[in-house]
Design a protein around this ligand. Structure first.
Ligand code: NDP
Length: 480
């Protein structure tokens, strides 16, 4: 059985402890590889390698850094099929989805920052005849990057690419639940000739490896994507150490549907925004609010379309909904469906595990689930479930829709469906979220700042904001 390795100082290495953890394939429920059970000793080795590499990497001309990033991007593209399959086996998502979303986007991250750094500018300010001020942007140092399991390579590279482009060296930890594509990335970095120590990948548990990165006294910056509870814990360690911190956290996103929407487009997109990646995208719209005038029609059509979704073997071309990422997460989602029932919800479809046979009988499949009849402020509608479960709720007025949409502690994303231009802008203006999609979902120009408000996080990734994050401004003032 394959043993995944850490990537430290340019070499694939065993964990210091020589201990390994089981890596489960969610579609079969079976162990299919082992991953390093690393600890603070491995993080220290990774830090030392990154520290040694920093002086040279930070002054490597940006054109040269760019070439490395573009080379990695092209290697990801060249290995699209292999990476997509690996991500599907590791995560349970349909291979097709990994092929069109996750892996191309991972390549795009390297491409975007490999070219973006060439156009990243600092500023100069003249004080007429008395002085000139200029601002240098200098890489912060060794960056700590920690990512989750839902879009494994996509989110891992979303941090690593801008960090490397900006001239930081990196100690990174992918989720222990989905380590395979990060391991394959380390092989591609070796193939690309990335200098030793510039990127170091340490596999293992959050409580050990993640915690060791966050608490390391010489890692001055943490870029984290994951759950709000973990983010809170990280902030409590990093903030008193005055670390630079970017936290991309959970969501409970509203999808507000007005009666005057383009109905067919809305219906098709709402199926995707509800159930793509088994509903395990932080940007999925899990609370659907529908104007009363079309509520009954929507309910009938939406439930019918949800029932048509093919659940099953992620490698099948027709599969739309694959396996849930892990057994604990599978159980958590089912427990929320039970909670919804006790809170007065009616399950309109799904609501139970999806039975499979043969090799897949122990996999973690849940039928796409639609629930109605819940109050907007019950736990099911307030807590992040992060699975193929949505609630539908009617509303009468725009004010009521906004009140319910804004009622959670989260503020990551939101979706609005209407053909009324003025209403669209007005509602977008009043939604408390980092991003508002009008008549679409998941469309994004990588130049825009990305992130949430309230308990969905602090800081922004994407665009030049990410390069700002991985660099420090130093102002120099010369008297004339
Ligand atoms: P977790 O918060 O459980 O884990 C995220 C990462 O942090 C993993 O690598 C995890 O390691 C690690 N980790 C866990 N505990 C610690 C710790 N004490 N110190 C440092 N690192 C730690 O999130 P999930 O992996 O379960 O991901 C799902 C969550 O991510 C959802 O809440 C989702 O909304 C959110 N998310 C947010 C996005 C955004 O952009 N805002 C995008 C995507 C997801 P390990 O897995 O080994 O425990």
């Amino acid at each position: 059985m394959q043993h995944i390795k850490n990537y430290i100082n340019g070499v694939l290495t065993e964990p210091v402890s020589k201990k390994y953890l089981d890596n489960f394939c969610p579609s079969t429920g079976k162990v299919y590889s082992h991953i390093p059970d690393s600890d603070e000793n491995d993080v220290e080795l990774a830090y030392q390698a990154a520290k040694q590499a920093f002086p040279e990497w930070s002054v490597t001309p940006k054109e040269k850094r760019s070439q490395y990033l573009l080379k990695i991007a092209s290697l990801i593209e060249a290995n699209l099929d292999r990476l997509a399959l690996a991500e599907s086996i590791d995560n349970g998502k349909p291979v097709k989805l990994a092929k069109v979303v996750d892996i191309p986007r991972a390549a795009a991250n390297f491409h975007f920052y490999g070219t973006g750094i060439l156009h990243y500018a600092s500023h100069a300010h003249a004080m007429e005849n008395s002085a000139i001020n200029y601002t240098l942007r200098q890489p912060v140092g060794v960056a700590g990057c920690i990512s989750p399991w839902n879009l494994p390579l996509y989110l891992f590279t979303w941090k690593i690419a801008p960090a490397l482009a900006a001239g930081c060296t990196v100690v990174a930890k992918p989720s222990e639940v989905t380590p395979m594509t990060a391991f394959l990335l380390s092989e591609l970095c070796i193939e690309a000739g990335l200098p030793a120590g510039v990127l170091n990948i340490v596999h293992g548990l959050g409580a050990k490896v993640g915690n060791a990165i966050v608490s390391h006294k010489n890692i001055p910056l943490i870029s984290f994507t994951g759950g709000t509870v973990t983010g809170k814990q990280i902030a409590s360690i990093a903030a008193p150490m005055f670390k630079k911190l970017s936290l991309e956290l959970g969501g409970k996103n509203p999808n507000v549907i007005f009666a005057d929407c383009d109905y067919e487009k809305m219906l098709t997109t709402t199926i995707n925004s509800s159930f793509s990646n088994q509903g395990q995208i932080c940007l999925c719209g899990s609370r659907i609010f529908v104007e009363k005038k079309i509520y009954d029609k929507f309910k009938k059509d939406f439930v019918a379309k949800t029932k048509e979704l093919v659940v099953g073997d992620p490698s099948h071309e027709k599969t739309k909904v694959g396996a849930i990422v892990s057994k604990p997460h599978f159980e958590k989602i089912l427990s929320y469906i039970e909670l919804a029932k006790t809170e007065g919800g009616t399950v309109l479809c799904g609501g139970k595990p999806h039975g499979m046979t043969g090799d897949f009988k122990d996999g973690y499949y849940i039928e796409p689930t639609v629930i109605e009849g819940l109050s907007y402020d019950c736990r099911t509608n307030q807590e992040e479930i992060f699975g193929p479960v949505v609630t539908i709720t009617p509303f009468e007025t725009e004010e009521e829709a906004l009140m319910m949409a804004n009622s959670t502690i989260y503020g990551l994303a939101s979706i609005v469906w209407t053909q009324d231009l003025t209403k669209a802008h007005r509602v977008a203006n009043h939604l408390h979220a980092g991003i508002v999609w009008i008549n679409c979902w998941l469309l994004r120009d990588l130049r825009t700042p990305f992130g949430g408000v309230k308990a969905s996080g602090v800081g922004r990734e994407g665009g030049f904001e990410a390069l700002d994050f991985f660099t420090e401004p130093k102002n120099v003032c010369i008297k004339l």
